[in-house]
Design a protein around this ligand. Structure first.
Ligand SMILES: [Zn+2]
Length: 107
């Protein structure tokens, strides 16, 4: 399972999905790249059928929001949309594609 890239504040330790310049918790500029485990809970998703030009080859695809166990909310894509999928489902990062985390339901 690949790790997911996030930002970590060197001052207060807060994690953020980024990109951003200031820590949303303490306003410090001391943000650095960090890797966290790609396990979490699916919050929501939406299926993109009419994709922007550079994503057309992927359509339809599902953009999702996941609350990682590490304590940070990230966006990514779902590997597959299963009719049984529900908000609250356990998911894990199955792959990284161009820096985007691809999540799949935990077996
Ligand atoms: Zn901070």
């Amino acid at each position: 399972m690949p790790d997911v890239s996030v930002l970590k504040c060197r001052k207060c330790g807060a994690l953020d999905a980024g990109p951003r310049l200031l820590c949303p918790n303490c306003r410090s500029r001391a943000l650095e790249a960090a890797q966290v485990e790609g396990k979490g809970t699916l919050l929501s998703w939406t299926i993109i059928r009419r994709a922007p030009a550079k994503m057309k080859a992927l359509a339809p695809y599902a953009v999702c929001v996941v609350d990682l166990e590490a304590g940070v909310r990230v966006t990514g894509r779902l590997q597959a949309v299963d009719a049984a999928l529900r908000p609250g489902a356990r998911v894990r990062c199955a792959a990284l594609e161009g820096g985007v985390a691809i999540f799949s339901a935990e077996a």
